[in-house]
Design a protein around this ligand. Structure first.
Ligand SMILES: *[C@@H]1O[C@H](CO)[C@@H](O)[C@H](O)[C@H]1NC(C)=O
Ligand SMILES: *[C@@H]1O[C@H](CO)[C@@H](O)[C@H](O)[C@H]1NC(C)=O
Ligand SMILES: *[C@@H]1O[C@H](CO)[C@@H](O)[C@H](O)[C@H]1NC(C)=O
Ligand SMILES: *[C@@H]1O[C@H](CO)[C@@H](O)[C@H](O)[C@H]1NC(C)=O
Ligand SMILES: *[C@@H]1O[C@H](CO)[C@@H](O)[C@H](O)[C@H]1NC(C)=O
Ligand SMILES: *[C@@H]1O[C@H](CO)[C@@H](O)[C@H](O)[C@H]1NC(C)=O
Ligand SMILES: *[C@@H]1O[C@H](CO)[C@@H](O)[C@H](O)[C@H]1NC(C)=O
Ligand SMILES: *[C@@H]1O[C@H](CO)[C@@H](O)[C@H](O)[C@H]1NC(C)=O
Length: 727
C-alpha cells in the first residue's frame, strides 16, 4: 500500500514535467509481481513481465512491445539465469532494489548501493526504460537504477552505447546466444575508450567490425549511418560520459537495432500495415567492412576486382600470397623505409576519402590544428599518420596514429583525409596540402596578376610607371594584358595560404632562413606533404619590390625548364607577398665555387656540367620559351644547385620580356650587379640577350677559376678577373 501511494503521489507531481508514465493502472505491483502479471507503460508502448523465448520452456523477466503482435523482447533481466517454472516473483525492496526470486532462491537483483533510496518507486517508461527512483526525484540523471544502463541486444531510441565515466559503467550490447536463449553470448558491440574512442563489434577478444571513430559528423567507417530518413545520431563526449545515441525524426515510427549472433547489426522498422518488421539497414554491408580485411597498411576498395590494394608508396608484403591466392593478411610494407632522421627526412602524403585506421594506438590533441599536428607527428618516429580529429567546418583537433595502420578502406565521395608518413624520396603526385580542403585554389596567372594589381598597385603607382617608362618596358610587363594573353590561358599558379607557409617555415624562424634575397629574406620550409620549399619573401611596402614581385610571378609562372628553378606558387595575404619555389639542397653556386672547402671537391666534369646547364637554361629563356626573356642579373648567387649539382637559374625579379621578334631594350633604371653587367648596359642602359651572354661569360670564368670577378685584386692594372684573363 505504501508503494502504491508513493507512486500515485509521484505520478501526480512529476509526470507532467517529465513526460513519463507509470503503469499503475494495469496490475498491482505493490510488494511483488508474479509470473503471469505484467506492468504496462502509461502510453501502452511497452510491457514488463515473464516470458519464454521461441521454443524455450524457461521463464525470463523481460520487456517487450505491448502493441506488436510478434513478440519482440527488448530487454531481459535474468538472461544468464533462467527460471525453470512459473514461480518467479519480482519485488522492490526498501533499499530501492529489484529482486527476482524463484521461491527462496535469488535469481537476479539490481545493484544501486551507491545511491541513497528514499521511498523508492519503480516505473516502466514509454521509452521502454524500466527505472527505479526516489519518489521525489525528477532528474533522470538521479535514477537509482535503469534498465537502459544494462542493455540486452537491442538499441532503442534514447538508449546510450558507451560509457558513464563517473561510475565506470560500460553500456554494451550483447547478442543472445540464440533466438531461444537470451543468455549473453560472446558477441557484443561496445564503445572502446581509446584516446580516440570507437565502436567495435567483438566476438570475445576478436574484432569483427569497426564503426571508425566519430569525426564530428559521422562514424568514419559508416558515413551513411548519419545520413538517413529515420533518425539523428548524437555523439556525446565530455568528462562525465562518452556515448552515442539516436533520436527519431518521427516519434510515431517504431524501430530497433539488433545485434545477432554472428556480429551483424540489423535495423528494423515496424510496418503497421503489413504487421511485420521491415529490414531497414544492416552492417557490415560489403566486403570491406569485416575487420582488417587487407592486413596492416592495406586499403580495401570495393570497386576493384581485388578488394585489397596497397596505398601508394606501399607494396604487398608477400606478393605471391597477395596476388595469386588473394591472401591479404600479410598486408603492405613501405617501398622505401622511413629515415626518421631529423625533421626534414620524411614527409606526409595526403590520402583522400578513407575510413581512418583503427584507433587503438592513437593520441588526440583537440587544442591544435592540422599544421601543428603535422609537426608533432613528424617529430616522433613512430607517428605514422595524422589528421583532424574533428572534420566539422574547416576541421580542427589533431589525431595521430602510431605504428602500423589497420583496417582502412576507400570511399568514393565521402570519407576523410589522412596524412601518411613517407620517406622523403618516395615520389608522389599528390597535390600539395592547402588549408582549403575542397578545391585547391588554382587561378590563372592573369587573375593572380589582377589580384596583385588590385591589392598592391595603387592607381598612383600605375600612373607613375606609365608616365615614366616607355610602354614596352613598363606596365605591360608587370601586368600581362595584351601581348601575352594567349600564353596565359592554360597557365595555373597555386596560391598558398599564409598559415601553410608560416607552419612550413616554423613561423619564419631564423633557423629556417637560408639567405637574403634582393627584397627580403629567403626561408626554407617543409609543406604538409613533405615537399621542401624555398620561400622568397618581399619586404613590406616596397613599391619597387611589388613591381618586381609581380614581374617575377608573371615570368616564372610561364617558364618550365630543368635548368630554371621550379616555381610552385605564391602567397599573397594581408601585407605579405611571397614566392614559393622548390628547395635546392645544394644552395647557390657562389656558396660552392667560392668556398675553400666545398670548391676543392668540385671536379672538372661537374664544373663543366654546371656551365652547360646554365647555358641550356639561358638558351631556353632567350630563344626556346614562349617569351623572350632577358634575365639581367645573372650571377653565381642566382644560380641554385639541386641534389645532383644540376644548376637552376633563379631570381627573375628584374628580368624583361620581349615579343618574339624584338631583342633589345633600353632602360633608364639600370639594375643588376656590377661585375656581371655588360659595359653597354652599365653605361647606356641598353640591354639585350647579349648582356646576359656577357654575364654568362663572367660566370663561366668564375666557375673555371673559382675566383670572384671583383674580388681578384692584383698589384698590376688589371683590377678584376676579366682584366686578369685578358692580361
Ligand atoms: C527448478 O530449479 C530448482 C532450483 O534451481 C530445482 O530445485 C528444481 O528441481 C528445478 N525443477 C525442475 C522441474 O527442473
Ligand atoms: C534489497 O536488495 C539488495 C539486493 O539484493 C540487497 O543487497 C539488500 O540487502 C536488500 N535490502 C533489504 C532491506 O532487503
Ligand atoms: C551487481 O554488481 C556486481 C559488482 O559490481 C556485478 O558483478 C553484478 O553483475 C551486478 N548485478 C547486476 C544484476 O547488475
Ligand atoms: C547522403 O545521402 C544523399 C542521398 O542519398 C547522398 O547524395 C549524399 O552523398 C549522402 N551523404 C553522405 C555523407 O553519405
Ligand atoms: C510519422 O509516421 C507516421 C506513421 O508512419 C505517419 O503517419 C506520419 O505521417 C509521419 N509524420 C511525419 C511528420 O512524417
Ligand atoms: C546474422 O545476420 C546475417 C546477415 O543478415 C546473417 O547472414 C546471419 O545468418 C545472421 N546470423 C544468425 C546466427 O542468425
Ligand atoms: C641518420 O642521419 C645520419 C647522418 O645524416 C646517418 O649517418 C644515419 O645513418 C641516419 N640514420 C638513419 C636510420 O637513416
Ligand atoms: C612517440 O610517441 C609515442 C606514443 O605516444 C611515445 O610512447 C614515444 O615516447 C614518443 N617518442 C618520442 C621520441 O617522443
Amino acid at each position: 500500500m505504501e508503494i502504491l501511494s508513493f507512486m500515485i503521489i509521484f505520478a501526480c507531481i512529476f509526470v507532467p514535467s517529465l513526460k513519463i508514465s507509470l503503469a499503475i493502472d494495469s496490475i498491482n505491483l505493490l510488494e511483488s509481481m508474479r509470473d503471469g502479471e505484467t506492468l504496462v507503460s502509461k502510453g501502452g508502448n511497452f510491457e514488463l513481465g515473464f516470458f519464454s523465448p521461441g521454443s524455450s520452456q524457461k521463464r525470463y523477466l523481460g520487456i517487450w512491445y505491448k502493441n506488436i503482435p510478434i513478440q519482440t523482447v527488448v530487454w531481459v533481466a535474468n538472461g544468464a539465469n533462467p527460471i525453470n517454472d512459473s514461480s518467479g516473483i519480482l519485488t522492490l525492496n526498501n533499499t530501492g532494489n529489484l529482486v527476482l526470486r524463484q521461491k527462496s532462491t535469488l535469481v537476479w537483483y539490481t545493484n544501486n548501493s551507491h545511491k541513497q533510496a528514499q521511498n523508492p518507486v519503480v516505473a516502466l517508461l514509454d521509452s521502454g526504460n524500466l527505472v527505479i527512483k526516489n519518489e521525489k526525484e525528477t532528474d533522470p540523471e538521479a535514477y537509482l537504477w535503469q534498465s537502459f544502463d544494462y542493455p540486452s541486444d537491442k538499441l532503442l531510441p534514447g538508449m546510450k552505447l558507451g560509457w558513464d565515466l563517473r561510475t565506470d559503467l560500460d553500456r554494451r550490447y550483447t547478442a543472445w546466444k540464440s533466438p531461444d536463449d537470451p543468455s549473453p553470448g560472446d558477441v557484443y558491440r561496445a564503445l572502446v575508450l581509446h584516446n580516440y574512442p570507437e565502436v567495435y563489434m567483438m566476438k570475445g577478444t576478436q574484432k569483427l567490425f569497426r564503426y571508425g571513430p566519430w569525426n564530428g559528423l559521422y562514424f568514419s567507417g559508416l558515413p551513411d549511418l548519419s545520413n538517413n530518413t529515420l533518425f539523428n545520431l548524437h555523439y556525446v563526449s565530455n568528462k562525465d560520459e562518452i556515448y552515442y545515441t539516436y533520436t527519431l525524426l518521427n516519434d510515431s515510427v517504431i524501430t530497433i537495432t539488433i545485434t545477432n549472433q554472428t556480429g551483424h547489426i540489423h535495423r528494423y522498422v515496424w510496418d503497421e500495415n503489413g504487421k511485420t518488421w521491415r529490414p531497414f539497414r544492416s552492417y557490415p554491408k560489403d566486403v570491406c567492412d569485416p575487420y582488417n580485411r587487407c592486413g596492416p597498411n592495406g586499403n580495401c576498395v570495393t570497386t576493384q576486382t581485388q578488394a585489397c590494394q596497397c596505398l601508394k608508396g606501399f607494396s604487398p608484403k608477400s606478393p605471391q600470397a597477395w596476388f595469386s591466392s588473394s591472401d591479404w593478411t600479410g598486408g603492405c610494407v613501405r617501398n622505401k623505409g622511413l629515415s626518421c632522421n631529423g625533421t626534414d627526412k620524411d614527409k606526409f602524403v595526403k590520402f583522400k576519402s578513407l575510413k581512418v585506421p583503427d584507433t587503438t594506438n592513437t593520441l588526440v590533441d583537440e587544442s591544435i590544428g592540422l599544421e601543428e599536428c603535422r609537426v608533432k607527428c613528424l617529430n616522433n618516429c613512430s607517428c605514422m599518420a595524422f589528421t583532424n580529429s574533428d572534420i566539422n567546418g574547416e576541421g580542427s583537433g589533431c589525431v595521430m596514429w602510431f605504428h602500423d595502420l589497420f583496417d582502412m578502406r576507400q570511399f568514393e565521395s565521402v570519407g576523410q583525409d589522412l596524412y601518411i608518413r613517407m620517406a622523403a624520396s618516395e615520389s608522389d603526385s599528390q597535390e600539395p596540402v592547402s588549408r582549403h580542403k575542397n578545391n585547391t585554389p588554382k587561378i590563372v596567372a592573369s587573375s593572380i596578376a589582377a589580384i596583385c594589381g588590385v591589392l598592391f598597385l595603387s592607381t598612383y603607382f600605375i600612373c607613375r610607371i606609365r608616365r615614366n617608362r616607355s610602354p614596352r618596358n613598363s606596365a605591360a610587363n608587370l601586368l600581362p594584358e595584351d601581348n601575352s594573353k594567349n600564353d596565359l590561358d592554360d597557365l595555373e599558379v597555386q596560391l598558398f595560404d599564409l598559415l601553410t607557409i608560416a607552419t612550413a617555415t616554423n613561423d619564419f624562424s631564423t633557423e629556417n632562413k637560408i639567405g637574403e634575397g634582393g627584397f627580403g629574406p629567403v626561408y626554407k620550409g617543409i609543406l604538409m606533404d613533405g615537399r621542401e620549399i624555398a620561400v622568397k619573401t618581399l619586404s613590406k611596402s616596397t613599391w619597387q619590390g611589388v613591381a618586381e614581385f609581380i614581374n617575377e610571378v608573371n615570368l616564372i609562372a610561364k617558364l618550365q625548364h630543368r635548368n630554371l628553378v621550379k616555381f610552385l606558387g605564391c602567397c599573397i595575404q594581408r601585407q605579405e607577398r611571397m614566392l614559393i619555389y622548390e628547395y635546392m639542397p645544394n644552395g647557390s653556386l657562389d656558396s660552392l665555387i667560392f668556398d675553400d672547402k666545398r670548391s676543392k671537391l668540385l671536379e672538372w666534369p661537374q664544373r663543366f656540367n654546371i656551365i652547360c646547364g646554365i647555358a641550356r637554361g639561358l638558351m631556353y629563356i632567350h630563344q626556346d620559351s614562349r617569351l623572350r626573356i632577358i634575365h639581367r642579373d645573372l650571377k653565381p648567387s642566382n644560380i641554385l644547385l639541386d641534389e645532383n649539382l644540376s644548376p637552376k637559374i633563379s631570381d627573375f625579379g628584374v628580368a624583361r620580356t620581349f615579343g618574339g621578334d624584338e631583342s633589345e631594350g633600353m632602360t633608364r633604371r639600370v639594375v643588376g650587379t656590377y661585375g656581371y653587367m655588360a659595359p653597354e648596359y652599365a653605361v647606356d642602359g641598353s640591354f639585350s640577350v647579349k648582356s646576359d651572354v656577357f654575364s654568362f661569360g663572367i660566370l663561366a670564368l668564375e666557375i673555371v677559376s673559382g675566383t670572384r670577378n671583383k674580388g681578384l685584386y692584383q698589384t698590376d692594372k688589371s683590377h678584376n678577373l676579366v682584366g686578369h684573363v685578358r692580361a
